[in-house]
Ligand binder design. Structure first.
Ligand code: TRP
Length: 331
């Protein structure tokens, strides 16, 4: 069987450099190797933003602009909208009967998200069951490869449990099991080095950032608080500027030399920051320019999303029909 890729994002905000390193670069590569679908998971975004209606809808187009601006090619990658695909909701309802509440409670990702989101006694049922909906996403596209961060591995495990259960019930290979493709670069730290990147915390560099924002962010970057004078030896580990140089500077040997100099003493923060700033300005300028053009032509983007979603609708309907056949429900 030839491989198929499905990935997805919750559209709760425009994308930043962390997404670029963590998943976008990988998707740009993968689209040359496999048929790839990217699902804009607006239904999943609503599972923990159920009362912020406009937050999700306005970010669909923002995320789409980011994809296209970085070089996701709609000729090679199908980009589609989750809520416009009824088959995904239908499959979720079928699979919900194959998953116990206890099993959902044991899902480590759901567990830690529930803890960090402080839902208290008010966990939305949709949030609690989102692993089921994600299993519907993956299986509806017959995807066998799913590029994800390691926090998503429990989702794939649960997906494969559902696949095996249903295949056993059906007595045939109705659904396809999936394997993760782990992104190799670890998560990029925030500018302040303290937390996860998030636009709302203002500690990140967005793909649409302007020149001044990039300059300010780099100047504010956390380095080594004990590196007070240029002549002092400095620490590279945990130094956000070096982490970013590792991620974005094209010349690894040059960065290696910089690190050696910094450790020995004699290399100032201003210098390493100006080197990093130049790299980031060059990386983001063309993305920002393409992004601005795209945002000025909303209709062009909507046409891409509609065409992708239409293709996805045909694909996913086939799977839901096969599942209904297996249950003997298509009378
Ligand atoms: N859960 C993913 C996230 O938090 C988004 C997502 C939804 C997804 N459906 C998917 C990822 C299917 C991979 C495959 O970003």
């Amino acid at each position: 069987m030839s491989s198929k890729i499905l990935t997805g994002d919750r559209p709760t905000g425009a994308l930043h450099l962390g997404h670029f390193v963590g998943s976008l670069q990988q998707r740009i590569r993968l689209q040359e190797q496999y048929p790839q679908t990217i699902l804009i998971a607006d239904m999943q975004a609503l599972t923990d933003n159920g009362t912020h209606l406009e937050k999700v809808s306005k970010n669909i187009i923002e995320v789409l602009a980011d994809y296209l601006a970085v070089g996701i090619d709609p000729e090679k990658t199908t980009i589609c909208q989750q809520s416009a695909l009824p088959a995904l909701a239908e499959l979720t309802m079928f699979y919900a009967n194959l998953v116990t509440v206890a099993r959902l409670e044991r899902n480590p990702t759901v567990k830690s998200e529930i803890a960090s989101k402080e839902f208290g006694d008010s966990i939305p049922a949709g949030f609690f069951t989102y692993p089921i909906s994600q299993a519907a996403d993956i299986t509806a596209f017959r995807a066998d490869l799913v590029p994800v961060g390691d926090d998503q591995l429990p989702m794939l495990e649960q997906t494969n449990e559902i696949v095996r259960k249903l295949n056993r019930l059906a007595g045939k290979e109705l659904l396809v099991e999936c394997k993760p493709i782990l992104s190799k670069v670890s998560r990029l730290p925030s500018v302040d080095g303290k937390s996860k990147m998030s636009k709302s915390l203002g500690n990140t560099i967005m793909l649409g950032s302007g020149e001044d924002d990039i300059r300010k962010a780099v100047r504010a970057m956390y380095t080594d608080p004990n590196h007070l004078r240029v002549a002092d030896p400095g620490q590279v580990e945990g130094n956000v500027v070096f982490t970013y140089l590792d991620a974005f500077h094209p010349d690894e040997a040059f960065v290696g030399d910089l690190k050696a100099q910094y450790r020995a003493g004699g290399l100032g923060d201003t210098k390493i920051k100006s080197i990093l700033e130049e790299v980031l300005q060059e990386l983001i300028r063309p993305i920002r320019e393409r992004r601005e053009k795209l945002m000025a032509d909303r209709q062009y983007m909507l046409n891409i999303l509609k065409a992708g979603t239409e293709r996805a609708r045909i694909e996913t309907n086939e799977v839901v029909n096969a599942v209904k056949d297996a249950y003997g429900l298509r009378l």
